[in-house]
Design a protein around this ligand. Structure first.
Ligand SMILES: [Zn+2]
Length: 316
């Protein structure tokens, strides 16, 4: 076993990565870059290949054990043990997590740009031969292109929750923007047919509802926060569908994985009923979630359209 796989932090990080990227094709990877909204300054550096001012980034001098991840897509890029203080004004690493960083030699051959291999986000530049460390390499990375996950937090796995509230394009659009949501995937659940197609679900013979599976970081959010949001991004009182989309596949269902989540769902419905809302949302145990076709993923982000089917409304 290589040194890499002996590291507990690296193993945990790989588990996180597997959760994020398992069974996903290149197209989905490309789309994932839409998952995290960037501030204008982040976009200037990550998308437009800008550079943050030296000695201003928050990771320039950090030493805590852990993993540095891509600000845009969440992929693990560098281990803290490969970080060193280069006194250049930016975080410096003399090694990368294998396969995490792509190189792109500038047109004139003078500098080598480094990019996140998963999403193509700009990280900085890499230099050789400066004799600053034994490996003789310096990845000069903008702090703003990265996030940091402390080693003590790496063993806390991400969690999943599934919500059905009408057309999955809109539900995905709003859940994906929520704090702590790593990714939101459109799909089908609750029916009887394995791996159904959109056309089969639309023919209403499979018993599935359109649903969204959310992968979230339990250190930043929780089931109740997401469930509250779910009730505020769709109309839980509409019994025949959602908005203009009518029929069984558009019904409101909150899925639970354990008695605690069931209790949360029932509590929230109780709160809404106390406010006079005739909530029709069903509370059901989680069943197999089938990912929908690529064309349904990130629909509004890819098309640049606005959701027609969902309008957020404060209800709690
Ligand atoms: Zn990335």
């Amino acid at each position: 076993m290589s040194d890499l796989f002996k590291s507990k932090a690296t193993k945990a990080m790989l588990i996180v990565l597997l959760g994020l990227f398992s069974a996903q094709g290149a197209e989905e990877k490309r789309m994932e870059k839409k998952y995290r909204e960037l501030t204008s300054e982040e976009a200037r550096v990550i998308l437009k290949k800008g550079t943050e001012a030296p000695f201003t980034g928050k990771y320039e001098k950090t030493k805590e054990p852990g993993v540095y991840t891509c600000r845009q897509c969440g992929a693990a890029l560098y281990r803290a043990e490969d970080k060193f203080i280069a006194h250049c004004g930016w975080p410096a690493f003399d090694d990368e997590i294998p396969g995490a960083v792509r190189r792109n030699v500038d047109a004139d051959g003078s500098r080598t740009e480094i990019l996140c291999a998963s999403c193509g986000g700009h990280l900085g530049h890499v230099f050789k031969g400066e004799e600053l460390t034994k490996k003789n390499v310096r990845h000069c990375v903008n702090s703003i292109s990265m996030d940091f996950v402390a080693e003590k937090n790496l063993d806390i796995p991400f969690k999943r929750a599934v919500f059905a509230g009408g057309c999955f394009w809109g539900v995905e659009y709003y859940l994906q923007k929520a704090k702590g949501v790593i990714q939101a995937v459109s799909g089908y659940t609750g029916g009887t047919v394995e791996n159904p197609t959109y056309e089969e679900v639309c023919r209403k013979k499979t018993g599935h509802v359109e649903a969204v599976e959310v992968l979230y970081d339990p250190q930043q959010t929780n089931f109740e926060t997401l469930a509250r949001l779910f009730f505020e991004i769709h109309d839980p009182t509409q019994a025949n569908g959602q908005g203009p989309d009518l029929g069984e596949q558009y019904l409101s269902v909150l899925f639970y994985k354990n008695p605690e989540e069931k209790a949360v769902a029932e509590k929230l419905i109780g709160l809404l009923k106390e406010k006079g809302l005739q909530v029709v949302t069903r509370v059901e145990p989680t069943k197999t979630f089938w990912k929908a076709e690529s064309r349904h993923q990130d629909y509004y982000f890819v098309t640049g359209k606005q959701p027609y089917c969902h309008r957020p409304e404060k209800r709690f």
